[in-house]
Design a protein around this ligand. Structure first.
Ligand SMILES: [Fe+2]
Length: 317
């Protein structure tokens, strides 16, 4: 039986503009995957002048509300300026939601209210698809019911985690009324105790729940650089029919480690992986370039256009 949920803690989008809200449709009529950007504040001018530069925008839903913490009344509060911005984007672009805050793999905590909040936004904006990270970043401790670790915690790909996630993914999809895409993450350290490889784990989760996959190629590259994991072996073992979206990005080094910092242009190895895998993903909807807005001055509008063109070349084969 499902626990009762106090829906009073779930905020509806607050600033309503007549005619705004639902994102633009129809989808690109090319029959091929589209190309998009993870939205950030530095993209405003480019999108204003060239809205058709992208086929969709990926937005982080947690950016548009304030979360005062679990068990607080009126927990979620829409941020009026951000909601106004989202309405403007939705009137011109097809939107997809890319969640960062659920922490679906945390053994000690599962935040159903967070999912209900996302569902409220999905009812309003009708995202073309919804993704989250297959990660654990939040933990319940004796001191606090919800502590954010600040980085993704290591996961063992074992049957206990598969059982836990199968139940949760089904629950999330039930609440959203939509398929959830789960993104492969960065591994910061070798993790003992796995019963299967990461790709075998993802395939099993797809079989059990019908979820989809968001394949982040830069995350594979990070794992290859830092831990020597083989991205081609990962891709050869993955159920590519489940891949609905691909992420590409750049990174940089800090204290000897290579980071998924979204630090500008994609490295050549990521393009090699994209060229290799995109034609094999029969149900691919979109390829998304992620960069952090602080790197926009170095990248420039021409740099962003160049990445989009490179992505189009890959999906057009
Ligand atoms: Fe990503």
């Amino acid at each position: 039986m499902r626990p009762a949920v106090e829906t009073s803690r779930i905020a509806r989008p607050g600033v309503i503009h007549p005619g705004a809200g639902a994102c633009r449709d129809p989808r690109p009529q090319t029959g091929r995957a589209g190309v998009g950007l993870l939205f950030n504040g530095a993209l405003g001018d480019l999108l204003e002048v060239e809205p058709d530069a992208v086929d969709f925008l990926s937005i982080i839903p947690e950016r548009f509300w304030q979360d005062f913490g679990r068990n607080r009344p009126d927990r979620f509060a829409p941020l009026p300026d951000e909601v106004e911005l989202l309405d403007r984007l939705a009137s011109r672009h097809r939107l997809v939601a890319h969640g960062v805050g659920l922490s679906i793999a945390s053994g000690s905590t599962f935040d159903v209210d967070h999912v209900l909040q996302l569902a409220a936004w999905h009812r309003r904006y009708r995202f073309a698809w919804i993704s989250e990270h297959l990660s654990a970043v939040r933990v319940r401790t004796e001191e606090t019911p919800d502590h954010h670790a600040g980085l993704t915690l290591p996961l063992a790909w074992d049957h206990d985690l598969l059982d836990l996630l199968s139940e949760r993914v089904a629950r999330v999809q039930d609440i959203l009324g939509a398929r959830l895409l789960l993104e492969n993450g960065v591994v910061h350290t070798p993790v003992p105790g796995s019963d299967m490889s990461e790709e075998e784990f993802l395939n099993a989760l797809v079989r059990r729940t019908g979820c989809g996959l968001l394949l982040d190629l830069h995350n594979l590259h990070v794992n290859a650089v830092n831990l020597g994991l083989d991205p081609d072996r990962f891709l050869d073992g993955l159920d590519l029919d489940a891949v609905g979206e691909i992420h590409v990005a750049g990174g940089n080094r800090l204290f000897g480690a290579y980071l998924d910092s979204h630090a500008g242009a994609c490295p050549g190895e990521v393009w090699r992986l994209l060229d290799r895998v995109a034609p094999r993903c029969a149900n691919l909807e979109g390829v998304t370039f992620e960069f952090h807005e602080t790197y926009f001055p170095g990248l420039g509008a021409d740099g962003v256009r160049g990445e989009l063109q490179r992505m189009r070349a890959a999906v057009n084969g």
